[in-house]
Ligand binder design. Structure first.
Ligand code: PMP
Length: 389
């Protein structure tokens, strides 16, 4: 009998099932009666009529797909306009749009580490200094770059400074601006200072900062006064605050030019669908017109956190839109999230192995379009369904 090439998958599934770690897909009903604090539609723009109309209009004008890679047929006038608009809004010299934030992060890390040498003189591979709490896409970027990676303790600028100081040659520090699990912010100003001191580049994933932090939602990098800095590159996603899909790298024009020629997830990937580009452009226009949305989402997060901690729950003080609430065990977290759902509230549930520290959490994402009444009710539901301490 020839061997079954996939039997190891069944064995792995059984192991995960026994440990309660199997992940499942749960289709979202089109008109869900749930209050959604699980998604990342921070500004409530994904169903904004201007945004959905712009997405539909872009598909009618340019087609449902981009038809090819960005270097062949996949660049429309809309892509170029979105790149100019994103760079202008966030305060960078230039931007490049990708099919996802994940692809943008893979591109940024690998391309900044340096291409295979074309000139004959071998460029040194840089050391990548990476925060222990970084998003999976940054971690995968480091792996793909085959760079030596020093993982430093979470949000510890001093550790970054020391690591850079002990290294000779090129270096790149990589961090999320706001960490996706706990919603806490990186010490960007101190990190930039450490990088400047040692001539290192700084790459910031501002996925959770865009639309939420900084003046009118210009992002955490802008808020830290680092937008447009010669040594700073940022990545963003178009799928959270902007309610669309896709990602972008923002930085000095020479870095963006380098990505066009060297970033494999740009060169060999089909361009972002025109509808997603049109939707993101419309969201940016709404955000420019209504800068109060960013302040509102921050207020909602703070208010959720205040209500939950005042009643005795343990939650990380939110720096942006994510409110992370501790659960006593993975099982309790799963049950808690299910009880919230049964009570009409969708919340995220993070547990091992998604969280390397082994601490299970409920993850609530604030939304600018929640009313004060909805905030009160949502907090009430989380508290009412909380496991006994
Ligand atoms: N970075 C961070 C910090 C994220 O939270 C996410 C989304 N989960 C990404 C990157 C990936 O972005 P996208 O979903 O657009 O691929």
């Amino acid at each position: 009998m020839p061997q079954d090439p996939f039997d190891w998958i069944d064995a792995e599934h059984e192991r995960r099932l026994a440990a309660g770690l199997v992940r499942t897909l749960r289709p979202r009903p089109a008109d869900s009666p749930l209050v959604d604090l699980a998604g990342n539609d921070y500004l409530g723009l994904t169903r904004h009529p201007e945004v959905t109309e712009a997405a539909a209009g872009a598909a009618r004008r340019w087609g449902a797909g981009a038809t090819g890679s960005r270097l062949v047929t996949g660049t429309t006038a809309l892509h170029t306009r979105l790149e100019e608009s994103l760079a202008g809004f966030c305060g960078f010299e230039a931007a490049l749009v990708f099919s996802s934030g994940y692809a943008a992060n893979l591109a940024a890390v690998t391309a900044l580490c340096g291409p295979p040498n074309l000139s004959g003189s071998s460029p040194s591979v840089p050391l990548v200094v990476s925060d222990a709490g970084n998003h999976a896409s940054l971690i995968d970027g480091c792996r793909l770059a085959r760079a030596e990676t020093a993982v430093v303790p979470h949000a510890d600028a001093e550790a970054v400074r020391k690591t850079l100081g002990a290294h000779e040659g090129r270096a790149l520090a990589v961090t999320d601006s706001v960490f996706s699990v706990d919603g806490d912010a990186a010490p960007l100003a101190a990190l930039a200072e450490a990088c400047r001191e040692h001539g290192a580049a700084l790459l910031v994933d501002d996925a959770h900062g865009l639309g939420v932090l900084g003046e009118g939602g210009r992002g955490a990098v802008h808020a830290a006064g680092l937008a447009g800095d010669a040594d700073v590159v940022a990545t963003v996603t178009l799928s959270k605050s902007l309610g669309s899909q896709g990602g972008a790298v923002l930085g000095p024009a020479r870095v963006i030019r380098h990505l066009v020629s060297h970033a494999r997830t740009f060169i060999f990937d089909t361009g972002l669908a025109p509808a997603a580009v049109g939707g993101a452009l419309a969201s940016l226009a709404v955000l420019r017109r209504e800068p109060g949305r960013a302040a509102r989402v921050r207020h909602v997060a703070t208010e959720l956190h205040r209500r939950l901690t005042a009643a005795g729950l343990t939650a990380v003080r939110p720096d942006a839109a994510v409110v992370s609430v501790r659960a006593p065990s993975p099982e309790a977290a799963v049950r808690w999230a299910a009880d919230c759902r049964a009570a009409g509230l969708a919340v995220g549930c993070f547990r091992p192995p998604s969280v390397p520290d082994g601490v299970s959490r409920l993850r609530l994402t604030a939304r600018a379009d929640l009313t004060d009444r909805q905030i009160e009710e949502a907090a009430g539901t989380v508290l009412r369904t909380a496991p006994a301490a």
